[in-house]
Design a protein around this ligand. Structure first.
Ligand SMILES: Nc1ncnc2c1ncn2[C@@H]1O[C@H](COP(=O)(O)OP(=O)(O)OP(=O)(O)O)[C@@H](O)[C@H]1O
Length: 341
């Protein structure tokens, strides 16, 4: 099992601090989603991984050793600015790139044929790249990252601008690569997609990771939240559950009351109390979506930064917050905790 480690990267462009202390790791076979606002530092991190930029501090390791030229040649990279020769034909270009990575001619041609087929651009092999639609150029760009059968995949916003079918094709390829044991890192602003595709995510803000971990792990941090749909929520919300030990109502609307558990299993007491008052339509665990976690983590970092004057802790941030799965609306997050991984 191989491990790609990004350890405490720091980088400034003149007076602009792009990365403060960015760390995360990706195991072989894992898909890691790298998310953050515009200018947060994702592309800078990826360029450092590729060796296109040198960090001011920190390092990137592969299997415990600082990443070197030989390992970097085994990375499949899809740069944000895209890097294809516009006037070169698709097929020639992919063969050329595979040859640059050392593949013999026949293997390079076979790889070009395979990837153009898989990615749905086989019929465009004879066309200049600049004549393709942007989405098809992106498919070719992914083929370019894959033709040398890389050991690591680093993709900068591979999904931006793709139609839904292309998103499915791209997702399938990333899953297939991960199932072969390749660690896959990609950046994206499409959080719903990241949520379904990734094993783990990292949220970066102002050059520092504010949350990193398994999606379920991040969603489960904090007190468990539940929603019960039955008795009128009332004012204050959930007053009807005041006598139930281990459950604290946090908000309510109509007949729905969201509550947090301070004791394991206390939702059963809430259910009994609710049934004593009338029919119960739903009792369900509520977990925040990645979008809600993202909002909490980014807002939480603002508060932490304001309070301490620093920003730069890397690790697992536990953010709990709003409802995601049950249709309750208008809820707000409550706790933000942070621990170094
Ligand atoms: N060549 C450069 N010269 C000066 N500043 C730069 C340069 N490249 C990036 N920056 C700055 O570094 C910071 C991080 O930029 P970066 O491109 O890494 O962010 P990003 O997370 O990839 O953003 P986006 O989601 O918009 O692609 C930003 O403030 C950006 O303006």
């Amino acid at each position: 099992m191989s491990l790609l480690e990004i350890d405490s990267l720091a980088k400034s462009y003149g007076s602009v601090t792009a990365l403060r202390s960015t760390s995360f790791s990706v195991r072989s076979g894992e898909i890691f989603g790298f998310v953050g606002s515009n200018g947060a530092g994702k592309t800078t991190t990826m360029r450092i991984m590729l060796g296109v930029l040198s960090p001011d501090g920190g390092e990137v390791r592969w299997d415990g050793r600082p990443i070197d030229h030989a390992v970097r040649r085994r990375i499949g990279y899809m740069p944000e600015e895209r890097g294809l020769y516009p006037k070169m034909k698709v097929g020639e270009q992919l063969v050329h790139l595979a040859r640059l990575h050392g593949l013999p001619k026949a293997d390079a041609v076979a790889a070009m044929e395979r990837w153009t087929e898989t990615l749905g651009v086989a019929e465009r092999r004879g066309d200049e790249v600049q004549k393709l639609s942007l989405g098809n150029q992106q498919r070719v760009q992914l083929a370019a990252a894959l033709v040398h059968d890389p050991d690591i995949l680093v993709l900068d916003e591979p999904f931006s601008g793709l139609d839904p079918v292309a998103v499915d094709v791209m997702s399938g390829v990333l899953r297939e690569q991960a199932s072969r044991g390749v660690p896959v890192v990609f950046s994206s602003h499409q959080l719903e997609l990241v949520e379904v595709l990734c094993d783990r995510v990292g949220i970066i803000k102002d050059g520092a990771m504010v949350a990193a971990g398994g999606i379920d792990e991040l969603r489960d941090v904090g007190r468990p939240r539940w929603v019960v749909d039955g008795p009128a929520a009332g004012t204050p919300a959930g007053a009807w559950m005041a006598d139930v030990a281990g459950a604290v109502p946090v908000e309510g609307a109509g007949t729905r009351t969201v509550f947090e558990l301070t004791a394991e299993g206390a939702e059963q007491g809430v259910l009994r109390a609710a049934l004593a008052l009338g029919p119960v339509h739903e009792l369900a665990r509520v977990r925040p979506t990645l979008t809600e976690l993202y909002r909490d983590a980014v807002a939480g970092r603002d508060e932490a930064t304001d309070a301490t004057g620093t920003a730069g802790t890397t690790g697992t941030t536990g953010t709990t917050g709003t409802t995601g799965t049950t249709g309750t609306t208008g809820t707000t997050g409550t706790t933000t905790s942070e621990a170094t991984a």
